[in-house]
Design a protein around this ligand. Structure first.
Ligand SMILES: Cc1cc2nc3c(=O)[nH]c(=O)nc-3n(C[C@H](O)[C@H](O)[C@H](O)COP(=O)(O)O)c2cc1C
Length: 188
């Protein structure tokens, strides 16, 4: 089973979360590829997708939103999970309504969405963004929750493995009964 892990990141912290998710999926026996969201042109080679984005001003970033549109007709072909990287601070804020992904959930048919704490490094920000975080008293720091990242990856992996046919699932005629998450046939 080949999983695409893809994310849109402005300052790298969401990309590092995506890389960690990929690593956890590989550790759990899945074949997983990592690509920046703006480099994904097709979902055809993949049996499942994990898509994430950093959150800025309550929205997913443009490359993530554009990817959802770009392959709009392909999401229904495979299981999809979403993650958003945003809240910062201890406790992380905003703690509710971080991002509205209802439309994205619907467009992708995603099975789940998780909000994961993020990182703000003022030294990387441009003038305008620095002014915003100062005005909103957004704290500087790395608040990413690697245990939560692993939990999310585990949920994805367990769901995908639950849908994989095993020897015991093959009936007397060698046919594989329909599964909740059936791997998609690869294009020939
Ligand atoms: C200007 C600015 C606006 C932000 N707006 C939000 C927001 O609306 N909601 C949120 O949860 N996080 C917000 N954040 C926090 C970022 O989403 C968080 O730092 C994220 O981890 C950045 O990911 P990246 O390094 O991949 O770009 C904002 C950060 C900055 C600098």
């Amino acid at each position: 089973m080949h999983v695409l892990v893809t994310a849109a990141s402005r300052y790298g912290s969401t990309a590092e979360i995506a890389a960690a998710i990929r690593g956890h999926l590989v550790d759990r026996g899945l074949d997983a590829s990592l690509l920046d969201a703006d480099r994904v042109t097709t979902l055809q080679p993949y049996d499942a997708v994990v898509l994430g984005s950093a959150v800025y001003a309550g929205r997913w970033t443009k490359p993530a939103r554009e990817l959802v549109e770009r392959v709009a007709d392909q999401w229904s072909d495979c299981p999809v999970w979403l993650f958003s990287s945003g809240p910062v601070g201890d406790p992380p804020k905003p703690d509710d309504d971080t991002v509205d992904v209802a439309e994205t959930m619907e467009a992708t048919g995603a099975r789940g969405h998780v909000v994961l704490p993020g990182r703000v490094d003022r030294s990387l920000l441009g003038f305008g963004e620095r002014a915003i975080v100062r005005a909103l008293h957004v704290p500087d720091g790395d608040f990413r929750d690697w245990a939560a990242v692993e939990d999310f990856a585990r949920t994805v992996a367990e769901s995908l493995h639950a849908g994989e046919p095993s020897d015991a699932d093959v009936d007397a005629d060698g046919a594989i009964p329909e599964r909740p998450v059936a791997p998609r046939a690869r294009p020939s």
